[in-house]
Design a protein around this ligand. Sequence first.
Ligand code: HMG
Length: 422
Amino acid sequence: MKLNSINIEPKAGIDAISIFVPNKYFSLETLAKARNVDKEKYTIGLGCKKMSVLSPFEDPVTMAANAGMELLEKNDIDPDEIGYVIVGTETGIDASKPIAVYIHEMLGLNTNCRCIDIKNACYAGTAALRNALHWTLSPGSRGKKALVVTTDVAFYNLRSAGEPTQGAGAAALLVSKNPGLLSIDLNNESVYTREVMDFWRPNYSNTAIVRGHYSLECYLEALEHTYKNYKKYTNLSFDDFSHFIFHTPFPKMASKAFKQMLKMENIDFDNFDRLFSQKVANSLIGGSELGNVYTSSLFLALNSLIEFGQAAEGRRIGLFSYGSGSSAEFLSGFFEKDISQWSHNTSLTEKLKNREAISYDRYVLYRAAYEQRMKEGYYGDDQPSENSRFVFRGVKNHQRQYSYFPCTSSKKEEIADQIDKN
Ligand code: HMG
C-alpha cells in the first residue's frame, strides 16, 4: 500500500520557516561584463541572475541570528519553547566553538537548551533537520521544539569557473511534533555516501577548491542512487510527487537533475518543459536570486516553492539533498494544514525586492573585507539598527565582537542593557 499523509505516525516536521536574504546583491550581468563572458552563459547556461554579497559587518553568525530572530518573532514563538539549536554550516568561524552557542545568546534562549553545529558540506542542513526530527519525538525533548539554522557564504576565487555560482544566506526552521507546514515521512529515507574529491575547502583556505564538472557527475550519481532506492523502499511512483526540490548550487543543476529522473523513469523528453514547470521551476526562483547558499539551499528551494508555486495541503514533495565529498539523501514530506496561510505569503518576494545592487568595485571591496573576517582587527563602529539587528564588528583579543538587539527574549529589558557587548 502506498504511504499517504494520513497514515504516517508519529508526525514531525517543519512548523515554520524563515530565510535571511542579505541586503546587497551583485548582478551576474555585471559580472559577465567584467569577465568578458557572454551574459547568457551565466543567466541561461547556469540559470543565475544575482548573487548575495555580505557587507563587512555581516558574517555567518549574524545571518543565522537574523534568520532565527525572524522565525521567532513572526511566528510568536517564546524562546523558552526551544530545547535544541542545531546549526548546519560549512562556513564555520571557529574550530571549536559552535555558531549555535552564539545565536543561543543572541536570541535570548533558555539555558536548558542543547546547542551544536553540524558540518557535512551542503548536506549538513538536512543532517541537522534529521537530527532535530528524531529529538523532537524522543521523550527527553519533553514537548520542546528544535530550531534548525543553516548559514553559509559560497566563496570561490575571482575569475574561477565557480565565481558566478557564489552566494550567501541563512535559513531557520522550527521543527516540532505535529507540524503545521510540512511533515517529513519518517518511515523512509534513502541515503548515499561515497568518498570523492569533487569540492572541498581546506582549513587554511578562504575559498573552496572545486573539480566543477566532476562535481556535477558526483551529484547526479548520488541522485540516481537515492531516488532509485527511495522508490524501491516506498513503492511510490514519479506521479506520487507533486513537486521535487533539489539542492541547487545553480538553477541549471536542478534541471539536469530532473532530466536524469525523467531518463530513469523512461519519460519522453518532449514532456520536460511541462513537467519541469509543474514540479520544479518555482522552487528555483530564490536560488537564481541569491546564488548558492550551500546548507540553506534546499530550504530556500522549499521557501520558494511555497512563495511562488502551488503548494497545497496533502501534496507530497520529494527532497534531494547533496553535500560534496560526498553525502546525499532523498526524502519526502507532506504539506500540512497551515500551508494555505503560508502559500504566497512567506515575505520572500518583498525580501528579494528590498535589496540594493552593488557595483563591481564594491563587490571586490566586500570580498576583500570577507577575506579578513578571521583576522584580528576592527571594521568599524556600526551599531545595530532596525534594519540590521546583528552587527559583526571584527575580532579583538581573538574574540569575535557582535552588537545586537535580542528583542524576543522574555528577559528583553534585562538583556537590552547589554546591547553593546563591549
Ligand atoms: P564552466 O565550465 O565555466 O561552464 O563552469 P560550462 O562551460 O560548463 O558552461 C555552463 C553551461 O552554460 C553549459 O550548459 C554551457 O553549454 C552553457 P550545459 O551544457 O551544462 O547545459 N553556456 C551557454 N548558454 C547560453 N549562452 C551561452 C553559453 N555559453 C555556455 N553563450 C561549473 C560550470 C558548474 C563547472 C562551475 O560553475 C563550477 O565549478 N561551479 C562550482 C561547483 C558546483 O556548483 N558544482 C555543482 C555540483 S556539486 C554541489 O552541488 C555541492 C556544492 O553546493 C558544495 C557543497 O556541497 O558544499 C557546490
